[in-house]
Design a protein around this ligand. Structure first.
Ligand SMILES: Cc1ncc(COP(=O)(O)O)c(C=O)c1O
Ligand SMILES: N[C@@H](CCOP(=O)(O)O)C(=O)O
Length: 532
């Protein structure tokens, strides 16, 4: 099996134009799938590929003139218009719905108050076969070509096909590593094919960058189109606000963030402060902040940046495509994602589903959504057999970024899980902190939310639902360095009613040779804490 690094050796030029495939297969994503005769695509083909099955030729060396920057260079090489497009439609509306909105409109809800979804012209995308898309995406990995150096914009045709490259605000996010968790898998789970997709190794330290580059780019476009957007706002448990403020600062757009007072980590709080956002610390929880930002954005020309806004999910879905790409387009058996406001679980589903619909792969993985037991409305809904959804009052959890009781994307999450034979699991505070400490002891440094996902994996392994040889990907959603206080508390064993079984506190010793020798001898004579 190829490693992620093999993607960096792909050599097709980033500027190739698509070649049509002879017989596009129909897709259930079509809303009006009645076109009997597909017109030939209008293509000005500058492709160097001879046919869809031939290996890509070596990329020509395109040297930029000294006075040019990479945006100028992209302008020179701008690919021709392939007729790809996308629009907002009511989420899961059915084929008879005629309601739709241009992405240049400012709209977050359907006429009936439901969620929206970004719908791509799948017929136009399906004019090119799976092999074409795989090759195109592979050819763009690991480059600095604007905007394809980004893991999100390397899939631009599937994200925001119509945005001008000039309007894109990107920190070349995405392309995060997918690593083999060899020791954790072997030692704690008897697993041989366990992987961690580290979305926390990113510009602002979480997966939110993937969605925010898309949303802020579209806002940049809207402002150029003179749409009334004076700033962009969000409610946040810390990561959304960090990403929003960074991308807005990069674009020179004001950002406004609503944070629940004393409920986010210091590292998260300092991010919007440093990036010049207008930061409101509000005496409520995340759900209270979310309610307020929705009311405020309905009154003021502040654009809503939470994942209620379906643009965000278009960027987040690229992490799923990346996983397939990193496995050389082999499909893993399981993907486990921690869930809070529940946009991301749907984004993963959508990414996988599009790859199947467009022929890049032939199936999708089963998804597991993992919640903290202290904030588990989806878990309770799942356990009830999807009967009735009831929001909960979310209690305090070390997985503070998912302390959410009334998730805005509940309908999206349920749809995704039902359509992939998905599972929902939960983790108590002790379980998630123990899982985090165990993972860290094998060389990781994960966030508590990833501890929630690992707990779900541990439980599903124990019950035999996940088999030892199943290829399983755990999505690590944020960098552990954002959540050091929880680790300090755990290793200091100061958490009330928690045994902290895997704590590894520092040993205090006098500055004296004999004293140091004594503690070292003691340490060396003990059996190792864990075997490889
Ligand atoms: C670190 C982290 N993990 C997981 C999540 C859950 O993602 P979602 O809200 O899309 O379910 C969030 C935010 O909610 C987060 O910040
Ligand atoms: N964890 C999130 C909560 C808000 O989620 P969003 O995806 O709807 O913005 C955060 O970091 O704020």
């Amino acid at each position: 099996m190829a490693s992620s690094s093999s993607l960096f050796h792909a050599s097709l030029s980033s500027f190739i134009d698509p070649k049509p495939k002879p017989n596009p297969s129909p897709s259930p994503f079509y809303r009006n799938p009645v076109a009997k005769h597909r017109p030939s695509p209008i293509i000005t083909c500058t492709s160097t590929a001879s046919n869809n099955n031939s290996p890509p030729p070596a990329a020509p060396k395109l040297r930029r003139a000294v006075e040019e920057n990479i945006r100028d260079e992209a302008r020179r090489h701008r690919p021709s218009d392939k007729g790809f497009s996308a629009k907002y439609v009511p989420f899961n509306a059915g084929f008879d719905s005629a309601e739709s909105y241009s992405l240049d409109e400012i709209v977050y809800r359907s006429r009936s108050g439901g969620l929206l979804d970004v719908e791509h012209d799948m017929e136009a995308l399906a004019k090119f076969d799976g092999a074409y898309w795989r090759r195109l995406f592979d050819s763009r990995v690991g480059r600095t070509t604007w905007p394809y150096g980004s893991g999100v914009w390397s899939k631009k045709e599937w994200v925001l096909p119509e945005i001008d490259d000039d309007d894109i605000i990107s920190a070349f996010e995405g392309n995060s590593n997918l690593f083999w968790a060899e020791r954790f898998g072997k030692q704690f789970l008897g697993m041989s094919d366990l992987w961690v997709k580290h979305c926390g190794i990113s510009h602002t330290g979480s997966f939110k960058d993937l969605g925010m580059t898309v949303l802020v780019s579209q806002v940049n476009r809207l402002r150029k189109l003179k749409r009334p957007v004076v700033g962009v706002g969000c409610a946040s448990t810390g990561d959304t606000s960090a990403a929003l403020s960074a991308y807005c600062a990069s674009a020179g757009i004001p950002s406004i963030v609503f944070l629940p007072a004393n409920k986010i980590s210091m590292a998260q709080l300092v991010q919007p402060i440093a990036n010049g956002a207008f930061v409101l610390s509000i005496d409520t929880d995340f759900d209270g902040c979310m309610k307020l930002i929705r009311e405020i954005t309905a009154e003021l020309p502040i654009y809503l940046a939470n994942s209620l806004n379906s643009l965000r999910l278009e960027g987040q879905k690229t992490a799923a495509i990346e996983i397939l790409q990193q496995f050389d387009w082999e499909v893993p058996d399981w993907v486990i994602v921690p869930g809070g406001n529940l946009g991301n679980i749907y984004a993963f589903y959508k990414g996988f589903k599009m790859c199947k619909e467009l022929g890049l792969v032939d199936k999708i993985p089963r998804l597991v959504c993992a919640q903290a037991a202290n904030a588990n409305p989806l878990y309770l809904h799942y356990k009830s057999g999807w009967k009735e959804f009831n929001p909960v009052k979310a209690n305090s959890t070390f997985a503070s970024a998912i302390q959410i009781g009334d998730p805005v994307s509940i309908d999206r999450a349920v749809y995704a899980l039902k359509n992939c034979d998905g599972i929902v699991e939960e983790a108590t505070e002790e379980e998630l902190m123990d899982a985090m400490a165990q993972a860290d002891s094998t060389g990781m440094f994960i966030c508590p939310h990833t501890g929630v996902a690992l707990t779900a994996l541990i439980k599903l392994r124990k019950s035999g639902v996940i088999a030892p040889g199943d290829r399983t990907v755990v999505v690590s959603t944020a960098h552990g360095l954002k959540f050091t206080q929880s680790k300090i508390d755990y290793h200091s064993k100061v958490i009330p009613e928690m045994e902290c079984r895997f704590a590894n506190p520092p040993v205090e010793v006098r500055a004296n040779f004999g004293a140091v020798m004594d503690v070292l001898k003691d340490f060396l004579n003990k059996p190792p804490k864990c075997k490889a």
